[in-house]
Design a protein around this ligand. Structure first.
Ligand code: FE2
Length: 309
């Protein structure tokens, strides 16, 4: 599994670290996080000045990481292809070494999964996570899981329309990026049923529809700027004519875990023909649904011969 869980003890220490850090990687302004998890917003950071995020060091990281942690594809791809299969469909027969050696020429795109597992990158990424946790905690306490990704693209790359099952801060380190984000609460963008199935991993992710294009919030990122993605907010990303490097810090919290389990509860009801109320309206209803989902999972795990779901 990508990423790692954060125990309550680890979270307490993360928060402590985030409040005490003397050389912050985030450039905070008053009210910067006010729209957290309701709307996307820009954040400022200092990662662009950090030597560990130079192209040279990141490509060296790609060479030393286990190959399963480094995904790549080549050439421009359409903005509406399915993200999950795009790496297989657009890698041709190339090897990672070939892609690294001819990065610009191949118009390559590399995604490094979990650079924090590398001892050289762990301290800086955990430091950044600690700073984010310190800002997020008053609004949404209890980070339970996190995972980070570095994206490197030669030029003119597209990350097709998709939505992730967590929150994200996408931080631009080199070059530019145009990020299109949609409101997950807009039923034209995703229906309640689509959101339930997304969080229950039923079928593929909700597809792009041309009719929602005018509804996108558009953010132009440059080095030193990042954008917050609210929980499951659909997005599509384009880079420009120059090399782009960015870091995504994705995470879940106790509240987003409750929403996830409530969506999974709804999916069970939909399977027997019911139409459950939407998640995110009434907190105690979400919590009750989440509690039932957890109890169901525990009961299933306790039964001999039952597989985990
Ligand atoms: Fe994403």
């Amino acid at each position: 599994m990508l990423g790692q869980f954060i125990s309550p003890e680890q979270y307490a220490s993360l928060l402590d670290d985030g409040h005490r850090r003397a050389a912050p990687l985030l450039e905070l302004e008053a009210g910067m996080f006010d729209k957290y998890n309701r709307e996307p917003f820009l954040v400022s950071h200092r990662l662009a000045e950090h030597p560990d995020f130079s192209l040279e060091r990141l490509l060296a990281l790609c060479r030393r990481l286990p190959s399963r942690q480094v995904l790549f594809r080549v050439a421009d791809i359409p903005g509406d292809v399915e993200l999950d299969t795009s790496y297989d469909r657009y890698k041709r027969d190339l090897t990672l070494d070939d892609v690294i050696d001819h990065f610009e020429e191949r118009q390559a795109y590399i995604c490094i999964n979990n650079p924090e597992r590398d001892p050289a990158y762990r301290p800086i990424i955990e430091g950044l996570l600690a700073e984010l946790a310190a800002q997020v905690d008053p609004l949404d306490p209890g980070m339970t899981w996190y995972s980070t990704y570095v994206f490197i693209s030669a030029h003119d790359a597209t990350t097709p329309y998709h939505m992730d099952r967590e929150m994200n801060f996408l931080l631009q380190i080199r070059g530019g990026k145009t990020v299109y984000l949609w409101n997950p609460a807009d039923a034209d963008v995703m229906t309640d049923a689509q959101k339930d199935y997304l969080l229950a991993y039923v079928g593929s992710r909700p597809p792009y529809k041309p009719s929602i294009e005018p509804k996108a919030a558009v953010f132009q990122l440059r080095p030193g700027l990042g954008v917050h993605h609210p929980f499951i907010a659909p997005h599509r990303v384009h880079t420009g004519s120059e090399l782009s490097i960015s870091l995504a810090v994705t995470f879940r919290t106790r509240r987003s875990d409750t929403w996830t389990r409530a969506h999974q509860f709804n999916t069970r009801l939909r399977r027997i023909g019911l139409r459950p109320g939407p998640v995110g309206r009434v907190a105690w209803v979400d919590r009750a649904k989440a509690t039932v989902t957890r109890a169901w999972r525990r009961a299933r795990r306790a039964l001999p011969g039952q597989k985990r779901d």
